[in-house]
Design a protein around this ligand. Structure first.
Ligand code: NAD
Length: 699
């Protein structure tokens, strides 16, 4: 035994080194020290003929300790362990179970032979943190599986199944039975064969065309503008064509350069942020949870179907309620179709599909929810409907059952007041398509009980969503911010920009989709109706979302009608002269002079309102922390993760710059409606040299 992090046992001449650092056997400094010590002892021990590297618990080493990234990595670096193992005169075998990711796979690549359990997964996901594998992954993987495949694995960062890994050559064997036994047997065979296959001595198999790297760089420069990690991966993998040590030096240089970028820092901030959002200061971690097994979903429309799918995937029994048989049948058929597609795409086995469907009970009578533990209401967005439904649910459901509403805009406190159990009422704001989007805003009403909040945060986790707590306000965190973003995009249409130009500027900034395409997808009618619900609070600005209102009146509802901000012929969005003419006519009517608007102005006008509104949301304590807002926008609204979210982005470009940018826009555009007046918190941070990351609520 070395420390308590690596256990050593012997099977004949084979030393089995088992890393034991729960929960995921991350390569902390202490693990590296202990493991190097164990490796050296085994190599020095004349009775040891070979080494097997394995890990305790549910997984092989799942990667490095990301918290160490902000500091100079303390020796021994993982490279030292890898070089020691690879250079050893005794065979070293990796026995992989669970997931061997990042540094975990890199050490396995430095071993001489890799055996994996049949359900193991491997991958080099560093690109998701804005870096590249820095412990030889970019040099060894191409030597095993070829340049093209290695680059694909490194750039996508995807998890590769044991079967695929075997086909590719990442691993050498899938254990038929006991993994450790297979690894020890492999070690004995290597000893008997007296040959050692060192990855560093191999040449990448196959050849790539001469234009390969240039083509990849051009493609990435287009698709990942402003995000340097995938380009770094190309450079590093290209270096694997050189002698190992030269290539490794290039990998080192790129890896340290990328670690210091704002993009990597932002991605790491989000990585921790997605965990941080589960922490609710006044709801202790040990709050007892309510037991949730049976969940009712009321409404089998767009959202109800996706919500039911998510709950089924999380293992819950689901009762799906509709008012009419045909609507119920359509909902069940849609659920079946999504699952069938998952089976077709091999994302799900047909047994798993059958098991999920067996847990789905369609019903027309609300009484079917009498013994539900949680009900998620996804009926029409109409306060009268919701109040009536919640009053009935309150009468029908057992005491202690949680009643949740998927409302996007209605006041949760009013809905809760329709029941005799406001403490059991909560908002669960899913995003469309609900079975795919990871964000779940959990809306805490004035009366919502703490254990109800804790229980829903836990449900979110179980259905693989990122639950973010929001207070009650119109639009909650995400949609409330979306309002100013959309307002500006539509005002610029009147001022002379086209939908394609607006969307291009914002997708080049990194947004997954531009605002015009998003509204066409979600529905011009949906966005119009949301505005209608809030008319009384909108500014008296005649240009305010005028284009959206007009398109709605013209029946141009977006993708579903083939016309919206764009026209959709054959499904592809194209600029539509009618929309541009309409904007010109409306501008003339309102006396707005059209002009050329450059991309920088488009980005500033759309992103700045996001930041200012977010500051206000933070100040009103609708969101708990800046990072909660950033997680909402990165997981639910396609904000570029490598910018960390609107508030992290504000910190990166400087709060001063945001505030002076607003002053510049006010001077240029006028400020009749206060659009360019910084929210008080934003101004305070600018005045005091503060930042959103360092901001503590109440200060
Ligand atoms: P939808 O019109 O597609 O579906 C609503 C379904 O509820 C219909 O099938 C209807 O028959 C059924 N229904 C109505 N009253 C019912 C009742 N009393 N009992 C049982 N079923 C009833 O609407 P949707 O888009 O799924 O929206 C549902 C809710 O989710 C709304 O509150 C909406 O604001 C919210 N929401 C929608 C989106 C979105 O993108 N569509 C996103 C987030 C939240």
């Amino acid at each position: 035994m070395t420390g308590s992090l690596v256990y050593v046992s012997h099977r004949g001449g084979v030393a089995v080194l088992m890393v034991d650092n729960p929960p995921v056997n991350a390569f902390t400094h202490q693990v590296r020290v202990s493991l190097l010590d164990a490796i050296n002892q085994a190599l020095a021990d004349p009775d040891v003929t070979a080494l097997v590297l394995t890990a305790a618990g549910k997984t092989f080493m799942a990667g490095s300790d990301i918290r160490e990234f902000d500091f100079a990595i303390k020796q021994p670096h993982l490279d030292v362990l890898n070089a020691t193992l690879e250079g050893a005169a005794k065979p070293a075998i990796a026995a992989i179970h669970g997931t061997a990711l990042g540094g975990g796979l890199e050490i396995a690549l430095a071993c001489h032979y890799r055996v994996a359990a049949s359900d193991a997964k491997v991958g080099l996901p560093e690109v998701h943190l804005g870096i590249i594998p820095g412990a030889g992954g970019t040099q060894r993987l191409p030597r095993l599986i070829g340049i093209e495949r290695a680059l694909e694995m490194i750039q996508s960062g995807r998890h590769v199944s044991a079967n695929e890994a075997l086909k590719l050559g990442v691993i050498d064997e899938i254990a038929a039975g006991d993994l450790l036994l297979a690894a020890v047997t492999a070690a004995e065979k290597c000893v008997a064969a007296a040959t050692i296959r060192r990855t560093r001595e191999l040449t990448p198999p196959g050849q790539v065309p001469t234009s390969f790297f240039a083509d990849r760089r051009a493609a990435i420069a287009k698709s990942h503008r402003g995000f340097p990690a995938p380009l770094g991966a190309i450079d590093a993998v290209e270096a694997s064509l050189r002698p190992f040590d030269e290539g490794k030096a290039i990998e080192n240089e790129i890896s340290s350069r990328l670690k210091a970028t704002n993009e990597s820092k932002s991605l790491r901030y989000l990585f921790f942020g997605e965990r941080e959002v589960a922490r609710i200061p006044d709801v202790p971690k040990d709050t007892p949870l309510r037991d949730i097994r049976r969940v009712g979903v009321v409404g089998a429309g767009t959202m109800g179907r996706g919500i039911a799918l998510s709950l089924l995937a999380g293992g819950y029994a689901v009762v799906l309620i509709e008012t009419r048989q045909d609507a119920l049948d359509r909902g069940v058929a849609a659920i079946d179709q999504v699952l069938a597609r998952d089976v077709e795409k091999r994302r799900l086995s047909s047994e798993a599909k059958a098991a999920r469907l067996a847990k789905l009970t369609p019903a027309l009578d609300l009484n079917a929810l009498a013994n539900a533990d949680l009900v998620v209401e996804a009926a029409f967005e109409d306060m009268a409907v919701k109040k009536e439904l919640f009053a009935r649910l309150d009468r029908t459901c057992r005491p202690g059952a949680i009643l949740a509403s998927n409302t996007s805009t209605l006041d949760l406190n009013v809905i809760a007041a329709a029941t005799r159990r406001p403490g059991d009422v909560i908002g669960t704001h899913f995003f469309s398509p609900a079975h795919i989007m990871r964000l779940l805003e959990i809306v805490r009403g004035d009366a919502t009980a703490k254990d109800v909040v804790a229980t829903l945060m836990n449900v979110a986790k179980r259905i693989n969503k990122v639950g973010v707590l929001s207070g009650v306000c119109f639009g909650f965190i995400g949609n409330r911010m979306f309002e100013g973003y959309v307002r500006e995009s539509q005002s610029m249409l009147l001022e002379g920009a086209t939908p394609a130009q607006i969307d291009k500027a914002l997708t080049e900034f990194g947004m997954a989709m531009g605002p015009c395409a998003v509204i066409d997808l979600a529905g011009v009618d949906v966005s119009f109706l949301t505005r209608e619900g809030n008319r009384a609070h909108l500014p008296p600005d005649p240009a305010y979302c005028l284009m959206g209102d007009n398109l709605h009146h013209l029946g141009r509802f977006g993708q579903k009608t083939g016309r919206g901000f764009f026209r959709y012929d054959g499904g592809k969005a194209a600029e539509d002269g009618e929309v541009i003419d309409l904007a010109r006519a409306e501008a003339a009517r309102l006396g707005i002079a059209q002009r050329r608007i450059d991309d920088a102005e488009i980005v500033a006008r759309c992103i700045t309102p996001l930041i200012s509104e977010a500051a206000q949301i933070l100040d009103e304590r609708i969101a708990l922390r800046a990072v909660d807002i950033d997680v909402v926008w990165c997981t639910g609204y396609g904000f570029p993760r490598y910018r960390g979210g609107p508030l992290k982005h504000a910190d990166t470009i400087g709060i001063d710059a945001v505030v002076s940018g607003m002053a510049g826009l006010a001077a240029k555009l006028g400020n009749a409606y206060g659009y360019w007046t910084p929210a008080p918190l934003l101004q305070r941070l600018a005045d005091t040299g503060g930042s959103f990351s360092a901001y503590a609520p109440g200060t």
